[in-house]
Design a protein around this ligand. Structure first.
Ligand SMILES: [Zn+2]
Length: 304
């Protein structure tokens, strides 16, 4: 029996959640840890309504993390929806990978500003114009200050931009490749949340373990990146279907970009529908939801 089919299942999530529940409940000042702990504890505790605050100063322990989780879900839905919105006019594979960068995501008193970009290998005729790297450049473009006085010293100029993304979170529809992982770390983005796993970065028999020889440093030059697998249901479902296809094919024949391209409607349409039909449970996220719907065109709910 292959365990892969069961890894993303609710059964395994429940088992893991129960096994780590005592640790999770005593966890204070939580920093993002393993994928399993975050996904399992987040899902199960959210359903149970017994979430403890993840940062000092949270207003009400029982709601702050849930509002944060809703915010994370909406932002990931927008990244997926942005891809879906572009599918009607699409070049060959690779195009349908998107990344969204949002600022102040963890501050529930603020409505996060954000940008979205996607893979542009096709238009730019190259192999390095990945969604995550493009999003970082777009984010810098947005933050660029054209009014820095020429008289300002070089060190002061550096300080004007060096921390532009230090308070940002990156959401991406596909797990970042080593190049993008390094770029995200260089940009000082502390947290990246991805939707689908990339089997090309993993051992065939252990889908949730990155290949040892493909691990890249995510802590250097005073920067540190934490990567998390999104706990959005659409992402779990997309992963389950994708891993089944990996199992069903000849060894070494699977290509994630081809798979996404061939299954784009199935992968991205549910998220677009969900975003279009979303109603924010928390006032902290209501304006963000409107902005995300506008940015992706997911503005009218057509789901029965
Ligand atoms: Zn990449």
């Amino acid at each position: 029996m292959n365990h892969r089919e069961f890894l993303p299942s609710k059964v395994l999530i429940l088992v893991i959640a129960l096994s780590v529940l005592p640790v999770a409940l005593s966890f204070a000042g939580q920093s993002p840890g393993s994928i399993f702990r975050d996904v399992a504890v987040g899902l199960e505790l959210a359903q149970a309504g017994t979430i403890t605050p993840d940062k000092p100063g949270a207003s009400t322990p029982s709601t702050s993390l849930s509002a944060q989780q809703e915010r994370d879900h909406l932002l990931m839905l927008a990244a997926l929806s942005y891809t879906y919105a572009s599918l009607t006019d699409r070049p060959p594979e690779g195009y349908d990978i998107s990344a969204l960068i949002a600022w102040n995501v963890q501050d529930l008193n603020k409505t996060p500003d954000f940008i979205i970009d996607r893979n542009r290998n096709y238009e730019k005729q190259g192999e390095v114009f990945h969604a995550q790297a493009n999003a970082i450049r777009t984010a810098y473009d947005k933050m660029r200050d054209f009014n820095i006085p020429p008289s300002l010293a070089g060190s002061e100029r550096y300080l004007r931009y060096t921390n532009d993304l230090k308070n940002a979170t990156l959401y991406t529809t596909l797990e970042p490749c080593p190049m993008c992982e390094t770029t995200i770390t260089m940009a000082k983005i502390p947290l990246a949340i991805f939707c689908m796993e990339d089997p090309g970065l993993r051992e065939a028999v252990t889908p949730h373990e990155t290949k040892p020889d493909l691990k890249v440093p995510t802590k250097f030059y005073g920067r540190e990146l934490v990567e998390k697998h999104s706990d959005l249901a659409d992402c779990s479902q997309a992963d389950v279907s994708m891993w089944k296809t990996v199992e069903g094919g000849a060894p070494g024949s699977f290509q994630i970009t081809s798979y996404i391209h061939q299954n784009s409607e199935k992968i991205f349409r549910p998220a677009w529908d969900e975003l279009a039909c979303s109603k924010s449970k928390y006032p902290e996220n209501s304006q963000l939801l409107i902005e995300l719907q506008k940015a992706t065109g997911a503005i009218s709910c057509t789901r029965p």
